[in-house]
Structures are given as C-alpha cells and as structure tokens.
Design a protein. Sequence first.
Lengths: 113, 114
Amino acid sequence: DGGITQSPKYLFRKEGQNVTLSCEQNLNHDAMYWYRQDPGQGLRLIYYSQIVNDFQKGDIAEGYSVSREKKESFPLTVTSAQKNPTAFYLCASKGGLTNTEAFFGQGTRLTVV
Amino acid sequence: DAKTTQPPSMDCAEGRAANLPCNHSTISGNEYVYWYRQIHSQGPQYIIHGLKNNETNEMASLIITEDRKSSTLILPHATLRDTAVYYCIVNSQNSGGSNYKLTFGKGTLLTVNP
C-alpha cells in the first residue's frame, strides 16, 4: 500500500545524545515536512523540502537537522543542541502545489531522559 | 501563507451538525483553503479543500464566503468518533520554494457529546 511511514513509534534517548527519526514515503511526492507537537499545542514546522537535495528551515529549526538525499526519504536528526527535545514528531508529504493534500505519518514520540 | 483564526474549542451534540468556522481575511486569490483533523496522538488526516466554490465529499462540506475571507467546515451528522482537533490552513498554488511552506495553527478542538 502507498503511504508515509515513520519509525519508530516510540523512542527513548539519554540527554546529550543525537537521535535520528526516520520518514519514508512511496507516494512519489516531491515535498516533505517535519513538525513538532507538544501537549495541547498545534503543529509547528521544523523543516521542509520541496525537492531532492534542497530543504528550508521552518519556524523552529534550531537544534534540528535534515537531509534529502532521496525523494522517498527525509530523516530528521534531533541534536543535543535542542533544549527541549521531548515531543511528538510528525512527518508529512505532499505531491506538489497544484490542488493536492498532505499525507501524514503516524508520528514518533520522542522522550529524552 | 495567509494566517487563519479558529476558535480554540467547540461542543456539538451527537447526531447534530457541527459547524466549524475559520477566518482567513488575508487570503490571496491563488490560495486554497484546506481542512485537516487530528484524533489524539495520531497524524492529521485530510478532510476537504476548496478555492472559491462550496465543496462536498463523503466526510464533510466546505462553505467559502464570496469574498473568501472566511469558511465553514460542516460535519452534517456528528458522531463521537468525530471528536478531534480540526485545522484550517491556506496554501498557495504558485511555484516558488516559500509557497511549499505548510503552516498549521492550533486548530479547534471539537468535542461531540452523547
């Protein structure tokens, strides 16, 4: 089935460690997105990419890094520079600008202890 | 992208219509209005979108005012499973990197009561 997959669903890390969250899509979508969601809050955009080997900072990019080496994949690294990394992370993809909707993964809940 | 304004919460009785408003007074002519919903701890799900005309699908109806400055999402017969956060966003259809930016607000928490 076509879709967008995030893994793992739950992730635990010790403070000070970098951690990479996976996002893969087989929808042949050009654009991909990473969001962070804190309890009771909306989605805040971290990074987005409209094409392979290109990406832009969103509204809260500090402490995060991404890469887009393949169209299907858009991994997010939460670095030790991120002050409050514990959150629910959502990845999305979109087929393009013209009249298309975004598809979301089921999210990764990251807990840093 | 134009900003949107939604009420933080709404209640609806089961079986009744739920009407969720959204203001987007700075929307430009080439921006579509999209609605998504998010059930607790899941990824958001697309509901419907439109440009000028009213739209209807199996999930909901979208009513866009003539001046396009506001819209209403209608769930005709709300069920308990419709309890979720509903997001209204606008998105440009022009080419250009910044127009791919997809920004969500805090949405409206709709609670459907038995």
